[in-house]
Structure formats: C-alpha cells, structure tokens
Design a protein around this ligand. Sequence first.
Ligand code: NDP
Length: 447
Amino acid sequence: MPDYDFDLFVIGAGSGGVRAGRMVAQLGKRVAVAEESRPGGTCVVRGCVPKKYLVYGAEYGAAIEASKKYGWETDNAKFDWPTLRDAIQNEVSRLSAIYANILEKNGATLFTERAEIADKHSIRLASGKMVTAETILIAVGGRPYIPEIKGAEYAIMSDDAFLLEKLPEKAVIIGGGYIASEFAGIFAGLGVRTTQVYRGDKLLRGFDDDVRKLVTDQQNLVGIDVKLGASPIEIKKSAGGLIVSFDDGSKIGTECVFMATGRKPYTSTLGLENAGIEVDKNGAIIVDEYSRTHAKNIYAVGDVTNRVNLTPVAIREAMAFVDTVYKDTPRGYDHSDIASAVFTRPPVGTVGLTEAQAREKFGDDIKIYTTNFRPMKNIIAGKDQRCLMKLITEGKNERVIGIHLVGDDTPEIIQALGITIKGGLTKADFDATCAVHPTLAEEIVTL
Ligand code: NDP
C-alpha cells in the first residue's frame, strides 16, 4: 500500500467540500482541504447568505412604505448602503471563520491556497508544495460566466455586487435567471433605478409557465423595468457613465451594468487532464451516480459537476460520497423532486414537475389546480402583488407531482410541501388536511 500524505484531499472549502472534509476527519482519517479564497465557498462568501441579507434589506424599504397604511409615521426613513454592506461582510467573515474552525477542530489540515491536480494521487499547491492523497474530492464550484461582448470589462457580476463602494443610481441587469431576477428586486428595493433585460419572452426559464408569467408581470410592481427579447451586444463608456447597446437596436444609458448571465464550472485550470478526468462541453466534471470521475480514486461534488447547482444538493452529494467511500454503504444522491426558491420580491417556491414536464411524462393523465389571489397583507397596504398556488397531480389516485408557489414566505412553505412529494402523498391527503387560518399556505389544502 503506497504511503500517502493524506487519506483524503479536498479541493474547495465550500458547502460540499467542507461537509465531506469534516465528516471524513471525524472518522479518524487524515484529511486536508485547500481553498484559494475564503472558506465557506460561493454560498457563504458571495452567494446565498449575503444575497438573502440583501433581500431582507430591500424588503425593509417596502415594509416601511406599506407600514404607513398600517398607521406608522415613517417620513424620515433613509437607507445607508455602507451600513448594510459592512454588516453583511462582517457576518460573512464570522461564518467563514466557523467553516475554517470546523475543519481544524475535527483534525483536518486547511491549506489557504490554490491547489491543482498533478496526477491521480498528487496535488500541487500554489506555494509549490506537493502533497499526495489516496482519494481526492473536487468541490471547487463554479464562477460567473460573462458573454464575450465588446466592453464586457465595464460590467460587474454578482461577486462584485456585494462589495460596491456606493450603490449606483441606475443599473441595467442582464439575464432572466435566478441571480438577475433576485438582484433586480434587491437593487430596486434599495432605491436603484433598475432595468432587467432578458433575451427570452418570460423570466426564469425552466420554471413552471404560470410562475414565469406572474414573476415577469410583477417585477414592475417593485420598481423594476423589465425589457424582454433583447441581448446586449456592446457596452461603451460615456460622459455620464455607460451605454449598453442591444441586438434589437435599442440603447440604455446607465451607471452600472450587472451581468447575471449564468455560471460555469470552475475547471479550466485545475489540471484535470493530468489524472484523465473528463469534462462535458460546459466544463462540468463527468461523474457517475456515486460522484466518481473517470479516475477511480477521484470524486467530484457540487456545482463543479453541474447537476443541480444548489448548496443543499452539494451537501447531500458530499454525504453520499462519505457513505460510499468511507462507510462501506455505496449510494448516490437522488436528484429528483428537490425543492428550491427564488428570492424575488415576492419569492418563488417550487418542487417537482412543471406543468409542461408533467404533460410530457404523463400526457393527459394529469390534473392542475390553481389559485391566484391578492394576499390579505397587501389589501390594507394597498399593494397589487398577487400570489400563485399551483398543484399538479397524476393518475387516478392523484399523486401530487408538482407544487409551484409565488408569494411572501413561499420558500418557507415549499420546504415543508417538498416532504409531501417525496412521501408520494395524494390530493386526497391535501384535502384531508385542515387549513391553518388565516394564512397564505392554507390555500394549498383548499384547492
Ligand atoms: P441562470 O442559468 O439561472 O440564468 C442565466 C441567465 O442569463 C438566463 O436568463 C440566460 O438566458 C441568460 N444568458 C445566458 N447567456 C446569455 C447571453 N450570452 N446573453 C444574454 N443573456 C444570457 O444563472 P444565474 O447566473 O442566474 O444563476 C446561476 C446558478 O446559481 C443557478 O442556476 C442556480 O443554480 C444558482 N442560484 C440559485 C439561487 C437560489 O437557489 N435561490 C440563487 C442564485 C443562484 P436563457 O434563459 O435564455 O438561457
């Protein structure tokens, strides 16, 4: 048996890498984790966590406005960006330190430098140090993708948005996915005159069509000007800031262009070819159901594999990897029916098949139950935003196969409703469940 420096070497201290590193170290194995940035990864440092705080920040503005209708006098309310930005960065630093501590407390070695694969069992660190490991786990995540248009260097991306010195007065956000739709709500909520530009006809491609339509229609209710059917072709500097030109012939003058045009696996300079690890056309590491790459001692989890790019999924994949390699219980992670949320304002909660996917799979053997209403809180507040609740069932027993919600608190609601789909519950089970009144969620058992 060759004598390796470590039993496991993890590249990337994000959600998947830290979970795996910690669990394997707890089993008494010799574990090392390398991280070139701050421990915590995209989610903690430049994604889910700081983004959710920005959403909270943006919602206070709307709540202050609405509170007047509820009798509050709030005329002198003002927003100060550095206060929110710095509070969030302090929290990110606290969490990042916890991630580092959790590894070290469990006996793992943390290298705070870049690591690349030198061969199947060797890792080259940025300092030049070479280390060997019996097993390698790649969990390096993804990086923002920016289309190669003229002047793209003038645009910011999500990583930059958390650290802005000052908030722009006016911004153009390009994209119709999660990040563009969420940040449009954040920027507009913090007082930035925001235009969201998407090349398609409805935001949030891949979501249920009714959700897409309602989110697209309602972005303007929180102050976002949505422009559809256009892609940027050039960004130019101008006396007053920037000018973005679009392929439909239009131009917008702005202070800030924010590209939220997707993310790509961060694999191009990782030395994968040195170990015979193959990637797909997007650069995602190809793995089998156990997250094993073409090199049999090297595994990959999380966004770098581009399966379902969500933090909790990376964590589940990491736990399946630990069971497979270290607990003699090989298992993959089932990627079906994963509940998720988009933190637009109001947010989206979704789990299971969309109506289009359900029709493709089950033909006419599906039933759709939908309600669209103005929630109670918005009536006195004088807000026009509506909620959507949609339930999709399949077969004679009416097994529930898809739930799609738009409205306040729907990310919280969908977490619990996800259990009903995993558990194979039917519409009759929903009907037999007594409503909690008055709530938004009660609508799902009274459809
Ligand atoms: P998405 O893939 O969700 O969206 C990318 C958007 O950019 C799409 O609207 C796409 O259009 C558009 N786009 C791509 N290329 C171009 C181009 N050349 N010109 C114009 N538009 C373009 O990526 P995001 O960056 O929003 O998010 C990345 C991932 O991060 C998500 O897939 C998600 O997994 C994760 N995430 C999850 C969150 C959550 O759970 N709440 C929050 C944020 C991120 P088209 O639709 O036509 O392809």
